[in-house]
Design a protein around this ligand. Structure first.
Ligand code: GAP
Length: 427
């Protein structure tokens, strides 16, 4: 990461305020695994809902699936992952620690004890598991190393059971697992993480056109969420992974957030061959059959979450605030009674809180602890865009103050206008 201090602050904030906790922490933790807390899961769900709606409602001809994490073991032979999903590692002859060749400046010397390193060997990063209960009869299989494989397995089912016609897309959000040799940088490189993928099936001759289309669309989507758009860029891959004919990343601050890949006919041809099933597509207009080519957009939900927090984190004197897009903020509104020892005032505030919180778009929270300044600071730190305070004037003229997280400016608004005020802001 470019600014390790910023990441440290975000890790601390995430733990303190319930965004993200280290996995299995009471047992000393487990490297590369994290749990999302109440506020973290709220952001993640908001993000996933926005993503899903953007593909399946705001675009044409895109349908969704939710596939299983464990698949037939042959899937990973067909996909090429058993052969190609490898990291070359060198093992120390003395302490037997293994190191990624890329991390070594001297490829002969152990980074840990200075011992002699053996010739590098390839280690597969697919995570294995076993199916069955009888010892000796268990079947070895794998947790999916990339979520998209289930989309290829369901391609024929989707074509046969729905009305999609090429060109069309299948989207999925789901977990993937990799035995990363060097997990780290908080959520950036984990062993269990979530991907959001589109697999777009097209006529081969139109694949380049669609590649450019989705590449542009994805960049626009990320731009709509980040404050500092200068940190978003494309990176073209010169060295290609085994399935790709062309690959670009969308980077945040020089780090990969999403891959756009032209996978061509690699996946459907290989699964046809290994499964013995015909996965070609019958063009009802021409009567011809062909294997559609695939354009993939494959992003990391956790990386997007992390980069959005990095983008949103702001310090203003003593005040820390998260300048999150209101659409993804965990709470949209916080409601406070100015004081908590005036029953009329508390009752009115509570009534407003109850009414707002029942609105689907308006996740609303309540706070009556400490003084008003502390409550503002506390909401700023978790990115709540608007705080509504019910004060003595509210009892007289049915108006409240709304305080804006980013400017700290306040305005008075009639209680009856609150809903339309927030809905307009969230458009
Ligand atoms: N289906 C293609 C595919 O999996 P990838 O570039 O290996 O491509 C796609 O992964 C995205 O998944 C990456 O851009 C990244 O955001 C996320 N990702 C990959 N490995 C990850 C890891 N170990 N931890 C967190 N996110 C990861």
């Amino acid at each position: 990461m470019t600014d390790p201090k910023l990441v440290e602050k975000i890790v601390a904030l995430c733990k303190r305020r319930g965004f993200v906790y280290p996995g299995s922490e009471i047992y000393g933790g487990l490297q590369g695994f994290y749990d999302y807390g109440p506020l973290g899961v709220a952001i993640k769900n908001n993000l996933k809902n926005l993503w899903w709606r953007w593909y399946t409602v705001e675009h044409e001809n895109v349908v969704g699936i939710d596939g299983s994490i464990i698949t037939h073991p042959r899937v990973w032979e067909a996909s090429g992952h058993l052969e190609n999903f490898v990291d070359p590692l060198s093992e120390c002859k003395s302490c037997h620690k293994r190191f990624k060749v890329d991390d070594l400046s001297d490829q002969t010397k152990c980074l840990e004890c200075g011992g002699l390193l053996m010739e590098p060997k390839n280690f597969n990063i697919l995570m294995t598991t076993e199916l069955g209960v009888v010892e000796g009869e268990k079947t070895k299989t794998y947790l999916r190393g990339e979520a998209c494989q289930t989309i290829y397995l369901d391609f024929k089912n989707v074509v046969d059971s729905t009305r999609v016609k090429v060109p069309f897309g299948i989207v999925q959000i789901g977990k993937a697992f990799r035995n990363e040799v060097t997990p780290g940088n908080f959520l950036f490189r984990q062993r269990e993480f979530e991907q959001w993928d589109l697999q777009w099936f097209t006529k081969p001759a139109e694949a380049d056109k669609w590649f450019e289309y989705w590449k542009g669309e994805r960049m626009k989507w990320y731009q709509s969420l980040f404050n500092d758009q200068t940190k978003l860029s494309f990176h073209q891959h010169e060295k290609l992974v085994h399935y790709a004919k062309k690959a670009f990343d969308i980077n945040y601050d020089g780090r990969e957030m999403e891959g756009i890949h032209l996978r061509a006919d690699w996946d459907l041809s290989r699964h046809s061959k290994y499964s013995g099933q015909d996965l070609s597509y019958l063009d009802s207009e021409t009567g011809g059959k062909y294997i559609p080519w695939i354009v993939e957009t494959s992003g990391g939900v956790d990386r997007t979450f992390l980069f959005l927090l990095m983008d949103a984190y702001k310090e203003d004197g003593d005040r820390v605030f998260l300048k999150l897009n209101p659409k993804i903020a965990p709470h949209k509104v916080a409601v406070f009674p100015l004081v908590k020892n005036k029953p009329d005032l508390v009752e009115l505030a509570h009534q407003i809180y109850k009414n707002l919180k029942l609105e689907t778009n308006l996740t609303t929270t309540w706070d009556d602890r400490g003084n008003i300044g502390k409550r503002y600071f506390s909401q700023d730190e978790i990115g709540t865009p608007w705080c509504v305070t019910v004060d003595f004037q509210s009892l007289e003229d049915s108006s409240v103050t709304i305080r804006d997280r980013d400017t700290t400016k306040q305005e008075r608004v009639k209680i009856e206008d609150l809903l339309s005020y927030f809905n307009l802001k969230l458009k």
